[in-house]
Design a protein around this ligand. Structure first.
Ligand code: ADP
Ligand code: MG
Length: 706
């Protein structure tokens, strides 16, 4: 049912969130204050306080219609997980039940965790995994087809305290960046800021197609992307979709998605059509990193769920359609103090802003030193089809600074001091009725994987379906390390003024190679990057080793974000996931080829042969066109059959390999090319065979008919 009535956003925003306002209103003053201390300062929460909070939370949730609660967490499957428990207690002798929810149940859950990926951290017989309440991200009531559920954001750890999720290391990395950023601020005499937190805003891209089409394509259903499909006559070459008028069905969907998100306190803000037909984007207003990561998950879940209600299907895969632009998500990141200072704000005259220049050059150093790790943080199976392809962004990590900052940096490197900043100029439109305005000092560069955009960095490599947990864990930790290195030197300096100039110059010079302001899609850049010694990591399997280099382990251990065992387990999970997903894709292809495509082609051949025979018996000669079509079809069918055999052999071998890393590499090197080889003749067949007989909707049907 599509809602039509109008509503006031301010009235519904956050109505299903146990937020600060609700807590203030409902909790006894003492309890509220204790909880706030825990949220703000990470103080331990005592059970007595937790009991009171849990009780009030339950009462509130029941008023919203909730029957169950769940610890909502993010295991390493890429999606969120939950196990629902109802609030009821054992029936009393009278036959009635009470609704209860204790502090203990709020704080700690114990899902049987043996079926979640742990990369060997936990043997299956050691099933214990714990979820613990992350009180810095508010609880909420979610209404959907299963009813209303109180969702409690939690972290997920093993019996020994090892992280089995995205949340735990993210919170650890936020502590690391907080400590080091405060140290840095103190160097400049700031004694008033008490916290520094990463702010994150995630722009989410997605495709929408008709759900009926989706249900007719096994590849989309099982793998999220099309494994076959010829390009339609019209693609995205006209650029007429980008920022185009939003079609009615999509408009109704977006409206409904926004409404649901607003109720959950997700500040959905901007939506527009994207570059490819059928592609759209939704961006929220930025929030603290852990909340932004949770909210991005909610956004993906909501898009999927609401789309189905509208008879539509949301495709979050990075590359649902070969040959058409893929989807990513831009991770906008900055560092903001509790008193509102954005440490990435250069001010009007960045050359005079030493604190900013130190922050900036530290970030350059971090990105240059750990480029492989950043690349890894954006690696997922789907993203392999996007990164390094002729679209946003390239697989080489580099930083775009823009004209103004690049100029300041060059001055620093050349003379050791920067004396001026290029400033924005007046934009003259040449039309007297349009106001002139000051343009930004710096233009945008859409081809850079890591771009400075005014007062934040935008990391654009992340895949549309991936959690933004990992990229932010990496960013927080590597920047914390660079800050820590800087503070180690500068805290000891006799002459701070001299030392800081020297240090900034040293970093700028040493890491200049990571800065690139040109066209990231060009061939020249690939060569230039190689000359500079920057890595070009083309695939997920080549990216994973960055997780377990000695350098990586040292950095993460130093800041207590991951230990060696946790990193090794994550690396193992990634190899395993890669091979498993590729295996599903290959088997889906085999299934479609055998059961749908080959039979359809045979039908077409029979139709052609019948037609040839009837023409022959009617006029006594063989119709040339039909005959050549039949030959062409038969050749392609043979090629398909051969490629299918090869793929079957490759998969059999792949499935026999037990080592995860070896298996992943085999799927990348052997199975993936075999899949490509099968796709080729099939896509050609699609162009030849009668559309009536083709067993699934075409790209054109899916992309242009919503
Ligand atoms: P752009 O045009 O640069 O993509 P937008 O203003 O549309 O910028 O913002 C894109 C995303 O970046 C939004 O989610 C926005 O909330 C977020 N964002 C804006 N400022 C910051 C900041 N200081 N830190 C983190 N994210 C930010
Ligand atoms: Mg952007």
């Amino acid at each position: 049912m599509i809602e039509k009535e109008y509503f006031n956003v301010a009235d519904i925003f956050g109505e299903n969130v146990f937020n600060d306002a609700v807590m203030q209103e409902r909790l006894p003053k003492k309890t509220y204050q204790k909880l706030k201390e825990t949220i703000r300062e990470g103080k331990d929460l005592d059970l007595e306080t937790a009991d009171v909070v849990a009780h009030e939370m339950k009462e509130w949730a029941i008023e919203k219609g909730a029957t169950h609660y769940t610890h909502w967490f993010q295991p390493l499957t890429g999606v969120t997980a939950e196990k629902h428990d109802s609030f009821i207690t054992a029936p009393r002798p009278s036959g009635n039940v009470l609704m209860s929810f204790s502090g203990k149940e709020l704080i700690k859950g114990e899902p049987d965790a043996s079926s979640f990926p742990s990369g060997g951290l936990r043997a299956t017989f050691e099933a214990r995994g714990y979820t613990t309440w992350d009180c810095t991200s508010p609880a909420f009531v979610r209404h959907d087809e299963t009813g209303a559920v109180l969702c409690i954001p939690t972290a997920f750890c093993s019996y020994k305290g090892e992280a089995l999720d995205q949340k735990t290391p993210l919170l650890r990395s936020m502590e690391a960046i907080n400590n080091q950023a405060l140290r840095l601020l103190r160097l400049f005499g700031n004694t008033t800021s008490h916290h520094v937190r990463p702010s994150v805003g995630v722009e989410q891209e997605y495709f929408i197609i008709d759900r009926e089409d989706f249900l007719k394509r096994k590849d989309l259903m099982y793998t999220g992307r099309t494994l076959f499909g010829a390009m339609p006559p019209k693609g995205q070459e006209m650029d007429d979709h980008y920022f185009g008028t939003i079609p009615a069905r999509i408009g109704a969907l977006m409206r409904d998605v926004d409404k649901e998100l607003w109720k959950l306190g997700v500040p959905a803000k901007t939506e527009h059509n994207e570059v490819a037909p059928g592609q759209h984007e939704l961006a929220p207003i930025y929030e603290e990193a852990n909340i932004a990561v949770d909210h991005n998950q909610l956004m993906m879940e909501t898009l999927r769920r609401v789309a189905n209600r509208h008879g539509l299907q949301c495709l979050l895969h990075e590359k649902p359609f070969a040959g058409v632009n893929g989807s990513g998500k831009h991770n906008n990141w900055s560092l903001v103090t509790d008193d509102g200072i954005n440490m990435l704000d250069p001010g009007k005259t960045p050359h005079e802003n030493l604190q900013f220049l130190l922050v900036l050059t530290c970030i350059l150093a971090a990105v240059d030193d750990h480029a492989d790790l950043l690349r890894e943080s954006a690696a997922d199976v789907g993203n392999d089809h996007r990164l390094g392809g002729a679209e946003a962004p390239p697989a080489i990590v580099s930083v775009y600074l823009g004209e103004q900052l690049d100029d300041v940096l060059t001055q620093l490197i050349n003379t050791g001091a920067a004396t001026h900043s290029i400033s924005g100029q007046k934009m003259r439109t040449g039309v007297s009725s349009l106001p002139d305005f000051m343009k930004d000092a710096t233009d945008r560069n859409r081809t850079s994987p890591f771009a400075f955009t005014g007062n934040k960095f935008e990391f654009r490599m992340v895949g549309s379906e991936d959690s933004v947990g990992e990229p932010n864990i990496v960013l927080n930790t590597i920047v914390a390390e660079a800050f820590s290195n800087a503070c180690d030197v500068l805290e000891q300096a006799d002459n701070f003024n001299v030392a800081i100039h020297d240090y900034i110059k040293k970093l700028a010079t040493a890491h200049q190679r990571i800065v690139f302001n040109g066209d990231g899609y060009s061939e020249e850049w690939v060569k230039e990057a190689e000359r500079r010694g920057l890595k070009n990591i083309a695939s997920m399997v080549d990216a994973i080793p960055a997780l377990t280099t000695e350098k990586t382990i040292e950095t993460f251990e130093k800041f207590h974000v991951f230990n060696r065992t946790e990193l090794e387990s994550r690396s193992d999970i990634e190899y395993d996931t890669y091979a498993k997903k590729m295996n599903i894709e290959a088997k889906t292809m085999m299934d479609m080829a055998e059961k749908q495509i080959i039979p359809a082609v045979i039908k077409y051949e029979t139709k052609l042969a019948d037609s040839i025979n009837s023409v022959k018996s009617a006029v006594g000669m063989v119709p040339k066109t039909q005959e050549s079509l039949l030959h062409k079809t038969e050749d392609l069918l043979n090629a398909t059959n051969e490629a299918l055999d090869q793929l079957v052999q490759a998969v059999l071998k792949g499935m026999s390999l037990s080592d995860h890393k070896e298996r992943a590499n085999y799927y990348y090197e052997v199975v993936s090319p075999a899949m490509e080889a099968l796709r080729k003749p099939v896509d050609e067949l699609e162009m030849v065979v009668d559309k009536e007989l083709w067993p699934m909707p075409s790209y054109g049907d899916m992309l242009f008919e919503v």
